[in-house]
Design a binder for this molecule. Sequence first.
Ligand code: NIG
Ligand code: FE
Length: 414
Amino acid sequence: MTTAIVNIGQLVTLAGPPRPRIGPELRDLRLISDAAMLIEDGRIAAVGTYTELLPHIPPHAMVVDARGCCVTPGFVDAHTHLVFAGNRANEFEQRIAGATYQEIAAAGGGILRTVSQTRSASEDQLLASTRRHRDWLLRSGTTTIEAKSGYGLDLATELRMLQVIARADSEGPARVVPTLLAAHTVPPEYSSNRAEYVRWIAEELIPLVTNANLARYCDAFCDDHAFTVDETHIVLASARSHGLRLRVHAEQFRPGTGAALAAELGAATADHLEMVTEETLHKLRVAGVQPVLLPGSVFSLGRTQYPPARKMVDLGLALVLATDFNPGSSPIASMPFVLSLACLHMGLSPAEALTASTINAAFTLDLGNSIGSLEPGKEADFAMHEFEDYRELAYYIASPARPRVFVAGNEIIQ
Ligand code: NIG
Ligand code: FE
């Protein structure tokens, strides 16, 4: 079965080497004007100008007319907390009235509020809310989603969250990649024995989760209000020895909270990094750790210090942008809005932002050879936008644009 996408005004292929883009490569989108794309059995068979591909379109191919619009790879959202019950709209209101995110957490709200709501939800209830969140992401062009546990913090609920992630992935249409985040915060049962909670994660939960093949990554929140560098080390070292790759919530509120550890352990990513120092950035570069920047959480928390994205590009780090979609610090499902923030507040060009949210993000999930760019052999995951120029993605801020979204060559009807 062949599908021919024709009349593509601007095709953003992001073709390039089989590794994440760095430095000036982030701006090289490998555009093709007046383009077409052939898809066979869900994979890209050819991209090129319409004139080049016309002789190769089989007579019975299904033809999709892009009407002169722009086609980009689907977004790869490499940092989300997709699975949770309830919401924290009350805390949104409290923060507007002056309370800080950390004060709310210290008073028993924050992550622990979502933990108690998630613990009370059945697997089917959680799957229903996860589908709703997933559809929000899909609607703005996201086709692959990294999803973390971390609102259970006990055996039954952490496993239930990971089961929901597995079910969401297997039912499609979005691809969903599971990350264990039991080290999100210390649950109330262990508040006076946090060492025991860390030991339980490292010695009991991680072996169980890896035996059941329920996670591909392990993450930990290294922060004054979550886990110390030493505690984070215990969790991540165990995860690594059980074959999980690592991601770290690091340097969100204070330098020295986890990024150097991410470098030391050879993590795939260090995420947040609002407060990271230049010295630590060098360590990340040498270790090949990819920074995942989450400007949506800076914006939603009303903070003003965005991570030093330009410096990261200059130093040769393989930058990634993600939503951090979660009920507390980033109730933002729209990757185009994250691109707008990255351009306006971090000085990225629209091209750099697009590369950071597609091909570079795919490499952090070990999927860089199958998704993230539109090249022959790759999965046909793409968005067909309502406009002609990729720069309009970031430019129409928080627009209600609805791209046509395709996963493995199939259009997602929502
Ligand atoms: O990535 N920083 C820690 N975890 C999330 C927030 C989760 C929540 O508030 O529910 C984050 O920002
Ligand atoms: Fe997060």
